[in-house]
Ligand binder design. Sequence first.
Ligand SMILES: Cc1cc2nc3c(=O)[nH]c(=O)nc-3n(C[C@H](O)[C@H](O)[C@H](O)COP(=O)(O)OP(=O)(O)OC[C@H]3O[C@@H](n4cnc5c(N)ncnc54)[C@H](O)[C@@H]3O)c2cc1C
Length: 434
Amino acid sequence: MPTTTTVIIGAGQAGLAMSRCLSERSIDHVILERGEVANSWRTGRWDSLRLLTPNWQSRLPGFRYQGDNPDGFMTMPEVIAYLGTYAAAIDAPVETNSLVTSVRTSRDGYRVTTAGCEWHCRTVVLASGACNKPDVPPVAEAVPGNVTQLTPAHYRNPDQLEEGGVLIAGASATGIQLADEIQQSGRPVTLAVGGHVRAPRQYRGMDIMWWLDAAGILDERYDHVDDIVRARSLPSFQLAGSPTRSTIDLNTLRRHGVKLVGRLAGIRDGSAQFSGSLRNQCILADLKLGRLLDNLDEWATRHGLDPETEPPHRFAPTHVEESPPLLANLTAGDIKTVIWATGYQPDYSWLNVPVLDERGQIQHDGGVTSSPGLYLMGTPFLRRRKSTLIDGVGADARDLSAHIADHLHRVARVTHHAASSQRQPADACGLPEY
Ligand SMILES: Cc1cc2nc3c(=O)[nH]c(=O)nc-3n(C[C@H](O)[C@H](O)[C@H](O)COP(=O)(O)OP(=O)(O)OC[C@H]3O[C@@H](n4cnc5c(N)ncnc54)[C@H](O)[C@@H]3O)c2cc1C
């Protein structure tokens, strides 16, 4: 049975960042990865996707973007190459094609099982990703058989879709990007919009990510927010990365011909039923955007940035038509495809340690679970607002690797103490202590 101090599960950015931080502390470890490095970016993303975070923001421990387009947005092949270069630069001990099928506690740590091997270790870092499976709502079961259903994990490009209408449920980053691309392919899109977070690509001449980063919003800590449960379930910003740096919001989509309807609330007798709350959802998102921009403006003034940036301004409210449709007949043949852009879930079906709650989520305090030596990385707002971003895993990995080092010292002290007390009778007989 191979032995190491720490097993990291997953060679995405979270696992690699943790590897780098453990190496800095000379903590022996291995990364078990079911596919290749950056597997999620290789296998679970659509063809046209670009990062919505600018290149300068792809900062990882000991590594940053060195190219000549810091304000650009990486394509998927570029992200894969970037993470591959990082893995090589930090000499990450990755065992590829090693699917972890079970993690159990053992007498002095954990046993981590893969198809060909059982690893024994003191500590485990779960860096297996927060987006392992699409979160498809139960209403999907009522979609009539004549309509094809897809999730973003299996969508690649519009050519894959039958000609005809497409209903997309969910209007966060994924939903708006797919709506725009599919509408432009000539397939009329209906976008079901629930709660969403509106964000412009640029504000006062700077990228919105620059503002969020500089003003410290992305650094906000999990133990400083009022309602962390709510903060962890917030949808992603309605943002896209493109060479034109253009904003894609609901107004843009409407101008491009996308039909906006309320949240998909149910499907009955072959008809999709949309909530009547579209207008309220849009008003709320506009209000929240206004509040965010107010905060950014105040921050800019406090820091003397007004002379260096364009003047503050506000964006047009989201336009909602007078009476958006409340029903769409899915059996009439107009809508050929439904795409569930309703979020993702992690998959811990292989985790045999009792740290999951009733929803299958890991209970943790900033990535530290109640099972000593078991840690979590890469989930929403794990330790900071930016925890799921490429730019966010570094700070979390630094904190948690310090926790791992402390844990290992404590375990070593206890083990040493136990060994010394067992030798006590011998010492009492006057034998030397080794
Ligand atoms: C569509 C989309 C767009 C995104 N765009 C951006 C963006 O622009 N900028 C940004 O910063 N973030 C973005 N993110 C968020 C985040 O950066 C990604 O989700 C990223 O992949 C998370 O990295 P990770 O290392 O936490 O998880 P992952 O990249 O998912 O890595 C986890 C790894 O664990 C492996 N694994 C899982 N289960 C097992 C197992 N049982 N055994 C062995 N290996 C296993 C997987 O194969 C995978 O390689 C985006 C996310 C999505 C879904």
